[in-house]
Design a protein around this ligand. Structure first.
Ligand code: SF4
Ligand code: SF4
Ligand code: SF4
Length: 316
């Protein structure tokens, strides 16, 4: 495990004591194994609540838009890219946010562990450098962390924070030689009917709880189109057309802005691989514009940039 807990606590204590920030957003240990929950602390007395392990997968950038106070936030590589986007999109000021950078070796997918245990929930998980030992009733299983990473983490090539005010540990080696888009290429090879069938089946069990939207740092519109009632863009029932409309519009809304942080997929109670939508668009934006979201504070997402000499063939 990358043990950042003591460094996170020490930094948070210093920032709060010296009155450099009004609040710190990090993680605290959950009440059940394999769960860490976001926490906001405002006093040095509370810093010992802060905690870090490989179950801190929630993207904390989600808690930044429109904050008024000075805020420190623990940020993995993907979180830092979403923070960069928030700064570019005027959701928070750069000098208002203190980035506590957490170089990351990937977050563990608790569902993969439960599957490895024949659908039993472990009562205890101990984490070592690259290994986990999970225990449950009559179970004691060693697992390689690499085998139970979140799908997006297994293919992540930006594990170190891209913007940072202080690192919580040494930078980690970035993964090289990763094929990020094998699954997208399979989709692209399908004909239109087959692809439509694939996506229809993908979201067949969607209950439109919108947890994927709520977990995503890119979804911060004051009123989401799915919640509008005048006009009402989407019906409230589980109509398949409404469901697909939600997924397609959400994905296009994230085009050129998605960091593949996996928060949407992680949040889905139905285990739907919603990144199949956003990954395709991520690949398209990369190929069309050579752009990866949130990699710097200088480059805006390509779809919010206008230049008078932009080619306009597609609307002529
Ligand atoms: S996407 Fe990358 S930076 Fe983000 S949690 Fe996974 S490995 Fe870490
Ligand atoms: S769409 Fe999903 S993967 Fe992309 S930024 Fe939002 S939560 Fe992260
Ligand atoms: S979180 Fe899952 S079930 Fe809920 S709306 Fe998103 S895809 Fe559908």
């Amino acid at each position: 495990m990358l043990n950042y807990t003591s460094k996170i606590r020490e930094t948070a204590r210093r920032l709060l004591t010296e009155n450099r920030v009004d609040a710190v957003i990090g993680f605290k240990k959950g009440t059940v194994p394999m769960m860490c929950q976001p926490v906001l602390i405002t006093t040095p007395e509370d810093v010992d609540t802060l905690y870090w392990d490989s179950f801190c997968g929630v993207n904390l950038a989600n808690y930044l838009p429109k904050r008024k106070e000075r805020i420190a936030v623990v940020a993995k590589g993907c979180d830092s890219r979403n923070i960069a986007l928030h700064i570019l999109e005027n959701q928070i000021e750069r000098d208002q946010v203190f980035v506590m950078g957490a170089p990351c070796k990937g977050m563990v997918d608790r569902r993969k562990i439960v599957t490895a245990l024949d659908n039993q929930e472990p009562t205890e998980v101990t984490e070592y450098a690259d290994r986990l030992v999970v225990r449950g009733e009559g179970i004691e299983a060693p697992l390689n962390k690499a085998d139970v990473l979140q799908d997006n983490c297994a293919i992540c090539i930006h594990r170190n924070p891209v913007i940072c005010d202080e690192l919580m540990g040494d930078p980690v080696p970035e993964q090289e030689g990763i094929d990020r888009y094998a699954d997208v290429r399979e989709l692209e090879a399908m004909g239109p009917d087959e692809r439509s069938k694939y996506f229809t089946e993908l979201v067949r069990t969607c209950i439109r709880c919108y947890a994927c939207r709520d977990a995503c740092p890119l979804c911060y519109c004051p009123t989401c189109f799915v919640d509008e009632s005048r006009p009402q863009w989407l019906g409230k029932s589980a109509d398949p057309t409404d469901t697909m409309t939600f997924h397609l519009l959400r994905a296009f809304h994230c085009a050129g802005r998605c960091t593949d942080c996996g928060a949407c997929e992680r949040a889905c109670p139905m285990g739907i691989k919603v990144r199949q939508f956003t990954k395709k668009l991520e690949k398209d934006v990369m190929e069309l514009y050579g752009h990866e979201a949130g990699m710097s504070l200088e480059t805006r997402p390509p779809l919010d940039v206008y230049q008078p000499d932009d080619p306009g063939d597609f609307i002529s």
